[in-house]
Design a protein around this ligand. Structure first.
Ligand SMILES: C[S@@+](CC[C@H](N)C(=O)[O-])C[C@H]1O[C@@H](n2cnc3c(N)ncnc32)[C@H](O)[C@@H]1O
Length: 205
């Protein structure tokens, strides 16, 4: 197992349950998929887990490579590969990717920032920035901050029951804090019932 390993929440220990719960958030994921645009592109799905987000992206024609540290999650992800969807999965550390600069058209990171300590989350975002093309973009999907959102306030105590200890500081700091620290500029932002935040970003110039 690589050294920077953060998947020790309840779901991380039970990938089959993660997979089951993930099924119910497929409609939420599709909002993030729409942000990628209609043209098929080459996408890196960072911290891909069981590949649920990668699968939704591939379903609409994108060429997707998913990377994750956790072999237990990747085992489930690989079951989603078909000849038609062309999905690819690799084991790797998102803070130290094996890809050259400007390899991908875009990167996605869904429900992973809240799982890791802030410095790791920011390192993953910086790597995403490095491996996308100059005119590329990143879409980050994660829990929304609590201020002014009833949906987020309802979800917060429930998520505390199953998320890693990194979840609480993440929600307090806000996803926007991580994005700013990584030098990313927001192009588009939306939420799902105020509870989940979708942000499309480019490198700040
Ligand atoms: C909550 S899961 C999210 C999975 C998936 N993106 C989704 O939307 O369902 C978070 C994932 O981040 C992965 N992860 C944590 N730190 C990582 C790192 N440094 N590099 C790659 N993956 C990492 C974990 O192994 C876990 O599979």
């Amino acid at each position: 197992m690589a050294e920077k390993y953060f998947n020790e929440g309840w779901f991380g220990k039970h990938p089959a349950f993660y997979e089951f719960a993930s099924f119910f958030i497929s409609p939420v994921r599709r909002r993030g998929v729409k942000m990628m645009g209609n043209k098929p592109i080459n996408i890196l799905d960072l911290a891909t887990g069981t590949g649920a987000h990668a699968y939704e992206l591939a379903k609409v024609g994108h060429q997707v490579t998913g990377v994750d540290l956790d072999e237990r999650m990747l085992k489930k992800a690989k079951l989603k590969i078909t000849k038609e969807n062309g999905l690819q999965f690799m084991q790797g550390d998102g803070t130290k990717l094996a890809y050259r600069d400007a390899t991908f058209d875009a990167a996605t990171i869904s429900f992973a920032m809240h799982d890791v300590p802030a410095e790791i989350g920011i390192s993953i975002l910086l790597e995403a920035k490095r491996v996308i093309k100059k005119d590329g973009f990143i879409v980050v999907v994660d829990y929304n901050h609590l201020k002014g959102s009833i949906g987020a306030k309802i979800l917060y105590p429930i998520a505390l029951l199953y998320e890693t200890p990194n979840y609480k500081p993440f929600v307090r700091k806000t996803l926007d804090y991580y994005l700013q620290k990584a030098g990313l500029q927001t192009i588009e932002k939306k939420t799902f019932l105020g509870a989940v935040q979708f942000t499309k970003l480019k490198s700040r110039v």
